[in-house]
Design a protein around this ligand. Sequence first.
Ligand SMILES: *[C@@H]1O[C@H](CO)[C@@H](O)[C@H](O)[C@H]1NC(C)=O
Ligand SMILES: *[C@@H]1O[C@H](CO)[C@@H](O)[C@H](O)[C@H]1NC(C)=O
Ligand SMILES: *[C@@H]1O[C@H](CO)[C@@H](O)[C@H](O)[C@H]1NC(C)=O
Ligand SMILES: *[C@@H]1O[C@H](CO)[C@@H](O)[C@H](O)[C@H]1NC(C)=O
Length: 440
Amino acid sequence: MRLLLPVAPVLAFVQSVIAASSNTPYKPVPYTQAPSYYPGAPWNLPGSETRPTICEVAAAGKDGDDAPTIIEAFQKCKRNAKVVFADTTYHIKSVMEITDLSNVEVEIKGTLLWSTDISYWLENSLPMGYQNHSTAFIFGGDQVHMYGNGVGTFNGNGQVWYDRYGDISNYPRRPHQITFNGLTNSVIEGINFLQPQMWTMTLIYSKKVLLQDIYVNSTNANGGPNLNTDGADTIYASDITFTRWVVDAGDDNVAFKANSTNILVEDCTFYKTTGVAYGSIGQFDGKFEVLEDITVRNINAYNNKYGAYVKTWTGVPQGVPPNGGGGGLGYLRNVTMSNFKVENAEQGFYITQCNSYSGFTGECDTSEFEIGDISIQGMSGTLKTDVVASMQCSGKNPCKEISLRDVSFTTGRGRASRYLCSNVESPDGFGCTGEAPKPQ
Ligand SMILES: *[C@@H]1O[C@H](CO)[C@@H](O)[C@H](O)[C@H]1NC(C)=O
Ligand SMILES: *[C@@H]1O[C@H](CO)[C@@H](O)[C@H](O)[C@H]1NC(C)=O
Ligand SMILES: *[C@@H]1O[C@H](CO)[C@@H](O)[C@H](O)[C@H]1NC(C)=O
Ligand SMILES: *[C@@H]1O[C@H](CO)[C@@H](O)[C@H](O)[C@H]1NC(C)=O
């Protein structure tokens, strides 16, 4: 039997290791010191004396599979306990589902490294709970504090996935790195997510979660595409705060999907991503989904496609999910973005209501999904085109109350001046200079 050492009861005092190693720029702030303006604050998790049991997870070495040991550790330390991953490499060769934790502290000093056995994962990845996607790891619970002090790392070994499927949208059963399902009143901080197999993480059926000092890098080492390597997605999630993230990824940095409400993203730096994404949404015929009360501020974005963008499916279903869909209902409301520095993007802000991933086009004026009450206050930088914003809204339900103030970009040839609009009612702070193009 592999070693699993429950050390109980031990001294309740847990020494917090604030000093990260010198080569990392991240300085996790203990959740108890998180500023009070976070949704759900104060972060008043129980003191460490309430977690007397400690489970140290022993690693088997590269020939073993550490997943069963990890699952066992969380079974023993499921409630009022602490799980410690040592400063070593854990080899994950099978799926993990760890849920219903309660008052658990998780310290990660080393690396969890996923295996590259593509056929195993395609056969065994777990349903993620939305859009017919799959995941390698489901994790959830109440009052969970998971931290890596800037060194703890989840490495998805994603290069094999990028090489094989990096140019294929939503390849069936390709696993996400981690899915936080049913995570509530919790903090995830100071962790590196490297080479995720597909989406890095999703927060689904989750509420009151603070994720801070997170580093995500899904760079394709061979220079090719790495589609679907989102930094984070929110689905059926509320009161979620993302702060001090660095994301270098091939797709959206953060994407707010079905029923994402009261979300705050701040003090983040994004490289090479598609942008901050509202959607895609409206994919499921007749379903009513909302994006509401979302604030994104203090963003530095380098070489991203857009500063931010909104994408809804058409009103007429074309094909089937995950790569087809449409006909969904709902609304996007009360979205505020401020203080964006966007360097070398194609456009600052973009809206499309003709989303489809499998070659279907047209029907761009059919969506009934309502887009309104978006305010951008302060977005500047440099663009590769002279289009500051392109907003293609549906003729069937035009965009309302879009305000772009203090927005200014330069191009190689001077100031970017074009605002392309279709079905944008009473624009505030800008004038439309032409029609927004529809995809051909
Ligand atoms: C989900 O994907 C599988 C392929 O893995 C496909 O057979 C199935 O029809 C899809 N289901 C839906 C609801 O789209
Ligand atoms: C991401 O990883 C690549 C490859 O290791 C590296 O060149 C790049 O600098 C990293 N990005 C960031 C933002 O650290
Ligand atoms: C999403 O939110 C809408 C509006 O509040 C609600 O009607 C719907 O039931 C929610 N869907 C799910 C799956 O929670
Ligand atoms: C808009 O959303 C913000 C959070 O992003 C919230 O603080 C504010 O109360 C919301 N406004 C309205 C009118 O609901």
